[in-house]
Design a protein around this ligand. Sequence first.
Ligand code: TXA
Ligand code: MG
Length: 350
Amino acid sequence: METKMWTVDKNVDKTNSYPQLVDAAQKLKDGELIAFPTETVYGLGANALLGGSVAGIYEAKGRPSDNPLIVHIGEKEQIHGLVEEIPLVAEKLMEKFWPGPLTLIFQKKEGVFPDVVTAGLSSVAIRMPDHPVALDLLRKAGCPTAAPSANLSGKPSPTTAEHVREDLDGKIAGIVDGGPTGVGLESTVLDVTGSIPQILRPGGITREQLEEVIGEVSVDPGLVKDSDAPKAPGMKYKHYAPKAPLTLVEGTPQFIQKLINEERALGKKVGVYTVEEHAHLYDADIVITGGSREELDSVAEKMYGVLRQFDKEQPDLIFGEVYPEAGIGIAIMNRLKKAAGGRIIKQDKF
Ligand code: TXA
Ligand code: MG
């Protein structure tokens, strides 16, 4: 299959209505798979009302079939036809954070979605992305759109159209190129079906931001303790991993340099994943920086691109720094620990 590309400069047309998207939206509505930018990562869209098309997403990504999809909408009002009820907390959050990087889990309305969208669950995940290109595409297509991240299952999520092309060229009908995404990590997934809303995946909107609007929010214990299974099916899979094994190091750059030296003495090609202010402290085969510690948002924005860059440079192994687990740092460390398959070395007395 030839994968068509549409290029949209979101900054040029202030009307936020892009003529190039008429064709892409028609294809999406008719059941073809179209990748598009959102403010978090690129998504791989299919008309959520067509079971056969949604099944194509799982096939193209190689995604396990027990992992449900997020349904994207272009207008808030669309939600009424999709969910059983909208709890008050959800109404407040939609008012404050939609469009934006917050996915809410509702009881689904029966008889709307083919089972393949929700992996047979009684709930459904809904999100309204904050990106003019995504919103225009969704509005022009008019259908609720199921869209996971547009990467091969297990690989880092795509933050540019080029990343999508690396993974899915020839497997999908088209890619809308709207430039690099902003947040860089996937949306926060919040279950609002219980008495206390619960975070199932940390992301662009932090727990503190949610609690400011609705009070107490809990965190799925499966995200913190290895003994409990995470409630979002997708959180149990190995994810975001670069090809070379990544090991996180809780220690000083000097300690990390010692580890690098030991591996190089064994003849290994060693990569280090660091930040702008530390880059000059390392002597390694490959040093890649992603953002600054002074601004953790920039670390999030660049993270998947850095992990993909290591695949191009092909080190034998990678050492990576850790970040404070507060605010967006929680989502950063959640993804990094998955990318590292849980490998962490701690410096004594650090
Ligand atoms: O930022 C994002 O959310 C991106 C962009 C494209 O919108 N999308 C995304 O989708 O990350 P995906 O499919 O890669 O991740 C969806 C997550 C998975 O962990 C999945 O298990 C969880 O949401 N999920 C979806 N429906 C669910 C449900 N009904 N109950 C619990 N978890 C659910
Ligand atoms: Mg994903």
